[in-house]
Design a protein around this ligand. Structure first.
Ligand code: OGA
Ligand code: MN
Length: 296
């Protein structure tokens, strides 16, 4: 069995690869890890089908690509139904395994994930890949979509490129939630995630490609008044998420999708929240980065 990556859409050969010839539930050999890393640099998103994983298997797989981050739970202190803090619960399942009720606070995260973002840009950490394992999926809705931010940069008019270059966005953990009407955070929680400044354009380390980097997490843009900055981010998000830059994934149980948060945006799409959806995410940091809690 050897690992093969082919474009999901031959008409778009540099965005979204489909990977076959690998078993993700077993430790990967160095060659496969390198092939996946190179595939990520080229495609931004990799899709693996028929790879059901236990919690242990997903963690074991993910750490082969770098140290793991546990995201927003560090601030909210929310309990988890998983064995590992680093498994992030994407879906509408309550702690006891039932489908979350309408008033479950967890659903705000589900809904905030339906806005275009890259994971954890509001943390001052070198976030790299995220990987999502599908366990239970609804028949209708609940796709996940990704947008290619390299292609989005290339397609920007020259005048907009000039305007955007050199500007930075301030990414804030709770902004998308507050926008959706959930403002119930203590100062202590807010203080755990001070806004993080990131360029609106950066160069992707693995491919050398320039990347436009807007996000719903951005509260304001350097050198611009708040309304102007927010309008600029809205304009850039609208540009970057046009159909020609977007891949929409219809989940099957056992699917595994890996993406590079430095070169893509993603969001979930609407589904009936009374129907079970259970997806589990892990997120890696740059390989040689040592998280404070591990270094301590
Ligand atoms: C994620 C995410 C959206 C979804 O897994 O990081 O934002 O609901 N997912 O598929
Ligand atoms: Mn996400």
């Amino acid at each position: 069995m050897s690992l093969v990556i082919t474009p999901e859409n031959p008409l778009r050969p540099s965005f979204v690869g489909v990977v076959t010839g690998v078993n993700l539930s077993k430790p990967l050999d160095q060659q496969s890890i390198e092939a996946i890393d190179r595939g990520m640099d080229h495609y931004g998103v990799l899709v693996f089908r028929d790879q059901p994983l236990s919690q242990d298997e997903q963690i074991d797989l993910s750490v082969q690509f770098g140290p793991l981050d546990s995201g927003l739970r560090k601030a909210t202190g929310a309990a988890t139904r998983f064995k590992y803090d680093q498994l992030i619960d994407i879906g509408n399942v309550a702690l006891d395994g039932s489908i979350a009720n309408k008033d479950n606070k967890k659903l705000i995260g589900v809904l905030a994930n339906q806005l275009w973002h890259s994971d954890s840009t509001f943390q001052n950490l070198p976030v790299k890949y995220s990987m999502l394992s599908a366990v239970v999926v609804p028949e209708e809705g609940g796709q996940t979509q990704w947008a290619d931010l390299r292609a989005a940069w290339d397609a920007l008019p020259e005048s907009t490129k000039k305007y955007v270059e050199g500007k930075t966005g301030w990414h804030s953990a709770f902004h998308s939630r507050i926008m959706l009407g959930d403002s119930d955070y203590s100062q202590e929680q807010l203080d755990k995630f001070p806004p993080v400044e990131r360029p609106l354009v950066h160069t992707h380390p693995g491919s050398g490609k320039k990347v436009l980097f807007p996000s719903v997490h951005i509260t304001h843009v350097s050198d611009l008044a708040v309304p102007e900055g927010r309008l600029l981010v809205a304009e850039l998000l609208e540009h970057a998420t046009q159909a020609q830059f977007v891949y929409s994934h219809s989940w099957r149980p056992g699917d595994y999708v890996m993406w590079d948060n430095r070169s893509t945006l993603h969001r979930g799409t609407r589904y009936d929240l009374s129907i079970r959806r259970d997806l589990r995410r892990t997120t890696t940091l740059e390989r040689d980065y040592v998280p404070a809690e591990i270094a301590a």
